[in-house]
Write a protein that binds this ligand. Structure first.
Ligand code: FMN
Length: 352
């Protein structure tokens, strides 16, 4: 008899493990992603959360191999793990389980109860307030102890954060210039970028125009989201803004899907730790989207490891946060598979 046939009452049971995993997936909705594509899907079973890449949200021109898609999913995975650890859940992560589905990026298995982690609780608070801040930073140096903590946060994953020094600025600027020239010179790239720019309040994804910042004359140009054309980033005034911005590169040992996922986990760890340190950040993937620019970065790193993504880090110039980029409704990205015929459902997870 089908479950909804007349005369039959079916009870669905969402157990405590499933509720905790759902809460974690809900928190992961806030993770950063390339052009705010949010290219992930979660399937929650009674004791596991399965993270899938949503290939329909891959950017074919900007990200033909899906590296930045997987990296974005890695940030979501880390957000989920932070939430579980903050909630005092014991869990294990199996990345890239080889079950014949290449889009299944990770399985997070709930194993019981653990001591809530104070570090995870700090990072969980940071999830709520972190935003990409593309505005020029204050002209105050970033404390070295904070940068050390960001490097340690990345080291706890299988990637590392390599901070650059003033001697690297020329190479970084060259890489950013190469990326800008190649990317903005490509009409297909400009069209793809334009398709993901949104007016404030419009839609649930994409980059709202009010979160962008003037390009200005920066030591290392940021992505030109308005794609006004090649040469727009050329320094045209004497005043250099953003002089105290620091740049870190997330570096992985290899350059396959597993490494990309790891890079996303490390990026999230760096961004959340920076937020907890009251620092502002904005990821910079244009530095690695184009092979010429990526080679420049590799040379700068001495050929050791693979640059996965850049991060701009600084002291915020104002206490007013940048506007929030929208998120897709949870129901679009999270599927909870209930167990049939258990005890009645208890309280739904907060925010579900
Ligand atoms: C893999 C990846 C690449 C990104 N690349 C850039 C970039 O090149 N320039 C930029 O300003 N922001 C970049 N971002 C930030 C996203 O645009 C941002 O996360 C998204 O718009 C959501 O906004 P939020 O971070 O404020 O939540 C990137 C983020 C990720 C995860």
């Amino acid at each position: 008899m089908p479950a909804n046939a007349p005369g039959r009452t079916t009870t669905f049971h969402i157990g405590p493990a499933s509720q905790e995993l759902t809460r974690a997936a809900l928190a992961a909705v806030q993770a950063p992603s390339i052009l705010n594509t949010q290219p992930w899907r979660w399937r929650i079973t009674h004791d596991a959360a399965l993270l899938y890449a949503d290939q329909r949200r891959r950017l074919p021109i900007l990200d033909p191999t899906g590296r930045l898609l997987v990296l974005s999913c890695g940030t979501a995975l880390h957000h989920a793990c932070v939430t579980l650890a903050a909630d005092g859940a014991d869990f294990e992560v199996e990345p890239m389980p080889d079950d014949g589905d290449p889009d299944l990026l990770a399985v997070v298995r709930h194993r019981g109860v653990a001591e809530p982690s104070a570090r995870a609780q700090r990072q969980r608070r940071a999830i709520r307030v972190r935003r990409s801040d593309r505005r020029p930073f204050a002209t105050r140096p970033v404390p070295q102890e904070s940068l050390d903590r960001l490097c340690r946060a990345a080291q706890r994953t299988d990637a590392r954060l390599q901070m650059t020094w003033s001697r690297d600025l020329a190479d970084l600027a060259v890489a950013a210039g190469q990326a800008t020239d190649v990317l903005l010179g490509d009409p297909q790239y400009r069209a793809e970028l334009a398709a993901w720019i949104r007016q404030p309040g419009e839609g649930h994804d994409g980059v709202p125009v009010d979160t962008l910042a003037p390009l200005g004359a920066r030591p290392v140009p940021i992505r030109d989201f308005t794609a006004v054309g090649v040469g727009a980033n050329v320094v045209s005034r004497v005043d250099i803004c953003d002089p105290e911005a620091r740049y870190g590169i997330v570096v992985t040992d290899g350059d396959g899907p597993h490494d990309w996922l790891t890079a996303g986990v490390a990026l999230s760890a760096v961004l959340l730790t920076a937020t907890a340190e009251h620092l502002a950040t904005s990821p910079m993937s244009d530095l690695v989207e184009n092979e010429v620019a990526r080679r420049t970065l590799r040379r700068m790193l001495g050929g050791v490891g693979y640059p996965a993504i850049g991060v701009r880090i600084g002291v915020p110039a104002t206490s007013t946060p940048p506007p929030r980029a929208p998120r897709r409704p949870a129901a679009e990205v999270i599927e909870v598979v209930a167990d049939e015929a258990g005890p009645p459902q208890s309280q739904p997870p907060e925010g579900a």
